[in-house]
Design a protein around this ligand. Structure first.
Ligand SMILES: [Zn+2]
Length: 193
């Protein structure tokens, strides 16, 4: 666990459906660093690691922007009942960003999570090749998507990475299938000849 080289390679492999361009490498690198930082390494360690991958912190700018957007958009949440604000941002392979926040309802079961709001906004704007879904909330450990959102993520962003962000910069990065192994999918009701 927390081996950045191993994470970088497996995340790149997961994202390889999007090619191996600069942004794909940046997402894989930022993901590997995000998991590794949980083990409290220094900025110099990060710089050295990026050097090995022939990158600089400037290459990670768009990914950092996606994380910051998820954090910032929490303020747009409609959460009068729980007061629990969650933000989400989706990064497309074109470099575009879409975002969403949770929207509650007095009929509690109708509440929409930030992840689903962001994915719906991204789809509605024509996005589809998603590299990254960031989720942010003011929680001690990185915020984790609920079961319904996991199902949405494996269906709409199966080739993305998921970044979970808590307060104090706590991060956890993984693939959608790690969040929801053996997920239900359309292959189950499409009979193969
Ligand atoms: Zn949810």
């Amino acid at each position: 666990m927390n081996d950045p080289q191993h994470d970088f390679e497996r995340f790149r492999e997961h994202l390889s459906v999007h090619g191996n361009g600069k942004l794909v490498r940046a997402v894989a690198a930022r993901a590997a660093i995000g998991n590794w930082r949980a083990a409290m390494y220094s900025r110099d360690d990060v710089r050295q690691l990026l050097e090995c991958w022939e990158m600089t912190t400037a290459d990670l700018e768009l990914v950092d922007q996606a994380l910051a957007t998820a954090w910032r958009v929490r303020a747009a949440a409609y959460a009068p009942y729980s007061q629990f604000q969650v933000g989400a941002a989706v990064l497309g392979s074109c470099g575009r960003l879409w975002c969403g926040a949770n929207v509650e309802n007095s009929s509690y079961g109708l509440t929409l999570c930030a992840e689903r709001a962001a994915l719906a906004a991204a789809r509605a704007a024509g996005g589809d090749a998603f590299l990254l879904l960031c989720i942010a909330a003011d929680t001690e450990e990185p915020i984790s998507p609920c079961g319904a959102c996991r199902q949405w993520i494996v269906e709409l962003a199966p080739h993305a990475l998921v970044a979970m962000i808590g307060s104090n910069g706590a991060e956890r990065w993984c693939t959608p299938s790690e969040l929801l192994p053996w997920a239900f999918g359309s292959r189950m009701f499409h009979r193969h000849e």
